[in-house]
Design a protein around this ligand. Structure first.
Ligand code: NAI
Length: 334
């Protein structure tokens, strides 16, 4: 059966890396039909809206999207398309698998963990006000519903993907009510999953442990702000943003994207590393139940990196298209 996927190329290096991902995913044997949309500055110029309604409708119809990075103007200009997309579609879970890749320079060789970040509340509720000049207040919202929902997502993900343990990350010793509620919800949900282990870690202790022995962790579930920070820290454990995939998931909806931005400094020069969005595409294939096709892409990526073909960000000399061609050859050979 052919699966229709909403494709948002993005801007900056977005069109280069998404074009590479489309070629590679199609070569996996997956039957994909792409519904292309523009977002960000191009959509603003064409349709007067950086996130046109047609994109939201397309994702709601297809249930699955692959998205390149979209530039957010600093200061003046429109709100982040990424944040808006998450809000409009109720994409409550941010998923970031972080795994060592062969031949990618990094400090560790055996990292294999998954970060599950609550995407809708916490300190990102955006409720801030000034009490008097020089004193501001920022409100952190934690709800039982959203905390239980993300905990359940983490345990379901663990079960579906052969993972054995979920660690709840918090600072409930200080934020006894807010993080206390998050932790309590994780504990309650953990009791529904006899087959998955559960433990807890205070955020600061976790950060130290992650940079000492990241191989000790499996699935981490975190409130919004901690999840944001720890997921970039974790990307750094395996070689950085150029190689780390991600997904934002809601009830029956999934948007797969690389975690890096539009990299304006190298845009249009055929220099970008497409590995992150290709791995996001692998997550997409897995989500669609296309495990063999996903495995084929991943095997090719490992083989090409192991053979020493790398883009400039990883210390190599391959261009985006040379790297993509090498992947296609590896898939043909495999
Ligand atoms: P960035 O991730 O675009 O770039 C940071 C550095 O990493 C740059 O030196 C860049 O050349 C390099 N880099 C990033 N991805 C790469 C790749 N695939 N291959 C090789 N090198 C790569 O972060 P920055 O500069 O903070 O953001 C640029 C724009 O992207 C901003 O407008 C930001 O708002 C937007 N952005 C969009 C995201 C999204 O759409 N999901 C996520 C993050 C940022």
């Amino acid at each position: 059966m052919t699966q229709t996927v909403t494709l948002i190329e993005g801007d900056g290096i977005g069109p280069e890396v998404t074009a590479s991902a489309v070629r590679v995913l199609e070569a996996s044997g997956a039957k994909l039909d792409w519904e292309r949309h523009v977002a960000g500055i191009e959509a603003l110029e064409k349709y007067g809206d950086p996130l046109p309604q047609a994109i939201l409708e397309s994702i709601q119809r297809n249930r699955v999207a692959l998205k390149g990075p979209v530039t957010t103007p600093v200061g003046e200009g429109f709100r982040s398309v990424n944040v808006q997309l998450r809000k409009e579609l109720g994409l409550f879970a941010n998923l970031r698998p972080v795994k060592t890749l062969p031949n990618v320079p990094s400090r560790f060789q055996d990292v294999d963990l998954v970060i599950v970040r609550e995407n809708t509340e916490g300190l990102y509720s955006g409720i801030e006000h000034q009490i008097v000049d020089g004193v501001v207040e920022s409100i952190k919202i934690i709800t039982r519903d959203a905390s239980r929902r993300i905990a359940r997502f983490a345990f379901d993900y663990a079960r579906a993907n052969g993972r054995s343990r979920v660690t709840a990350v918090h600072k409930a010793n200080i934020m006894k009510l807010s993080d206390g509620l998050f932790l309590e919800c994780c504990r309650e949900v953990s009791e529904e999953y006899d087959d998955i282990g559960f433990d807890e870690s205070i955020i600061d202790a976790l950060c130290m442990q992650l940079v000492l022995r990241p191989e000790g962790y499996d699935v981490l579930v975190l409130p919004n702000l901690y999840g944001d920070i720890v997921s970039d820290l974790a990307a750094g454990l395996v070689g950085g943003l150029g190689v780390t995939p991600g997904a934002n998931l809601g009830e029956g909806l999934a948007v797969f994207e690389a975690v890096h931005g539009s990299a304006p400094d190298i845009a249009g020069q055929n220099l970008a590393n497409p590995s992150a969005i290709i791995q996001s595409g692998v997550l997409m294939l897995e989500h669609l139940g296309l495990r063999d096709e996903a495995g084929r892409v991943l095997a090719a990526l490992h083989a090409v990196l192991a053979s020493g073909v790398r883009t400039g960000d990883l210390g190599g000399t391959a261009s985006t298209s040379e790297f993509t061609d090498a992947l296609l050859r590896a898939m043909e050979a495999g």
